[in-house]
Design a protein around this ligand. Structure first.
Ligand SMILES: Cc1cc2nc3c(=O)[nH]c(=O)nc-3n(C[C@H](O)[C@H](O)[C@H](O)COP(=O)(O)OP(=O)(O)OC[C@H]3O[C@@H](n4cnc5c(N)ncnc54)[C@H](O)[C@@H]3O)c2cc1C
Length: 343
């Protein structure tokens, strides 16, 4: 990390490839920390943060206010010459940059599943994108005593983005979801021994999309929260510093409170590694996730905006089905396929 930071420090120009969550954070963080440097961001599609329909205008306006970010849309870097530090695009541009940050999407690090010494049944548990197939109890496909959680789990067990410009929703691999997986897995390991009913994940119970907080440097951040869900978070003490109407209208907002909220969450996670009460408190966040079905958990009230009486999980409202994308909308977003989609 230090070596990477030093390369950035010693570069006049930094090229960020990809305008998803990570590319947006990196562009903003470098541009705000080093106002004297130029940051070029090259995004293959027509929008920055294409998964958050209203985010593009807000983020690009923020970058414009910084004055040192150059945005290239509908443009791909296709030739890399790290010796000459020259990077050519499909539009004929050549960028010179001392540091290139590639933020074009995650790939699961699961090659070891296919190791020659590993049981072939384990290799068979990988899907065609290299993610790990499992059942709703997060047991590895074909096994009753191996559990899986976090980013390597197949798409089906993640909360999704809100409805994107293409009219689709994509699985969002985030720490919060990994936390929900952990809740299910840690309970299920114990219950495998005691014989109690297992907890499970039902990602369709995710009507509002996965909330995300995106750093825009140390002073600001973009909070992405469905307008119906934001009051619940505010009630839990997460003050976004934003009039809820803005979330209702745009589904996202730039706020000076976001860095503090991210610090608070990081602090909570750090404390959970050595303070038992903090650990248990964080674990219980998993129980509050509507995607988690735990037959042994006390009944939870339904999230605001959901239908139903809400006296237990059976009454929780089903997820809003994602609307079918229109042909026009599909043409609007030439983004990568979900497996390759930007973080
Ligand atoms: C730049 C960036 C910013 C992000 N920002 C946010 C954010 O603001 N909010 C949010 O909710 N999420 C964010 N995420 C996503 C979040 O980090 C992940 O969803 C989360 O870390 C997933 O947890 P995990 O335990 O599944 O995987 P990881 O945190 O990646 O942990 C996997 C661990 O497994 C180890 N490992 C790998 N292979 C093996 C092996 N063969 N044997 C043993 N160990 C192995 C790795 O070394 C690593 O320690 C961000 C991700 C990135 C890359």
């Amino acid at each position: 990390m230090k070596a990477e930071a030093n390369v950035i420090k010693n570069s006049e120009t930094i090229l960020v490839i990809g305008g998803g969550l990570v590319g947006t954070e990196m562009t903003s963080n470098v541009a705000t920390k080093y106002p004297e440097k130029k940051v070029i961001i090259c995004q293959a599609g027509p929008y920055i943060l294409p998964r958050v329909p209203e985010a593009h205008d807000k983020v690009t306006a923020f970058w414009e206010s910084l004055g040192n970010v150059e945005v290239h849309l509908n443009e791909r870097v296709i030739e890399f010459d790290d010796m000459l530090q020259e990077y050519k695009t499909d539009k004929g541009n050549t960028f010179n940059a001392g540091k290139v940050i590639r933020a074009t999407g995650y790939k699961p690090n699961t090659d070891f599943f296919k190791d020659a010494n590993t049981d072939p049944a384990i290799a068979a548990a990988l899907d065609d994108k290299g993610f790990v197939k499992c059942d709703p109890n997060l047991r590895l496909h074909g096994f009753s005593n191996i559990y899986v959680s976090g980013d390597i789990v197949e798409d089906a067990y993640f909360g999704k983005t809100g409805v994107t410009r293409s009219g689709e929703r994509f699985p969002e691999r985030l720490a919060a979801v990994a936390g929900s997986h952990s809740y299910v897995v840690t309970n299920n390991i114990k219950r495998t021994i005691t014989g109690e009913p297992l907890a499970s994940i039902d990602a369709s119970r995710d009507p509002f999309g996965q909330p995300v907080e995106i750093s825009l440097g140390l002073e600001k951040g973009l909070a992405v929260v469905h307008g119906d869900l934001a009051p619940l978070y505010v009630g839990m003490g997460f003050d976004f510093g934003v009039d809820n109407e803005e979330f209702v209208k745009y589904g996202c907002a730039i706020s000076a409170n976001v860095p503090g909220l991210k610090d608070y969450i990081s602090d909570l996670c750090a404390k959970a590694t050595y303070i038992p009460e903090a650990h248990e408190g964080l674990r219980q966040f998993g129980a509050m996730d509507p995607k988690v079905l735990d037959p042994l958990a006390p009944p939870m009230p339904p999230p605001p905006g959901a239908d139903g009486a809400g006296d237990g999980e059976a009454d929780q409202a089903p997820a809003d089905p994602a609307p079918e994308p229109t042909e026009e909308a599909k043409a609007d977003v030439p983004e990568a396929a979900p497996a390759e989609a930007e973080e």
